[in-house]
Structures are given as C-alpha cells and as structure tokens.
Design a protein. Sequence first.
Length: 128
Amino acid sequence: MSTEHRFARRVFTLAGIYGLLVLLPQYFMEERLGIDYPPPVTHPEHFYGFIGVALAWQFAFLLIARDPQRYRLFMLPAVLEKLSFAVPVFVLFAQERVTGPLVGFAALDVVLGALFLLAFRQCRPSAA
C-alpha cells in the first residue's frame, strides 16, 4: 500500500470512528441536550434525521478507508458533508444563535474536511 493510500485510510478510519463515538450517544440525549442547551428539541424528526444521516456518513467514511483508490470520488461529497455542518454553525455562532462548544465541533469538521481534500489529492489515479 502506498503512503498516499495509507494516509487516506488513516484519516477516513479516524473520522468514521470519531463520528460513531460522538453521534451514537446523541440518540439517547434528546432530553439532556434540551436541558443543557435550551430550548428543548421541538422538531424531533429533524434532530433524529440529522443524527441518522450523519451516522450513515460515518459508515461511508469507513468504507472509503477500506479502499481509498476505488472510492476516491466519494471523498468529494465527504468534504461537502463536513462543510455542510461547519459553515452553518459558524454563521449561527456569528448571529449568536448557537453556543461556543458547538463551534469546536464545527472547527474539527473543517479540519477533517481539509484532510479529506488532501487525501483526495494524494490518491490521484496512476497514469495507465
């Protein structure tokens, strides 16, 4: 396995495992989040839908990690997945509509998105 593929494998494996560890407990934290970060969830379908879609992406990251060259093109939507959370959080924070701790998670997603983009660039197809 080339160094480029090793980097991509590590980045996507780390991202997938991290995401599973962060997201899975949220299925059981709706009430607690409403207490710690009011107001309570008023549209649970959005809350659980977000977690479900985000979890599906964690499995996609783990799939990409298994064969980065084969799934290279999926790295681009993976970057979008990271930015589609981070950018709105930064905007909402600027509007004072979300709290600081969420910005930390958004910043980590920006870092992961940048690493995904770097992995995409490093896993260029070899000339035939």
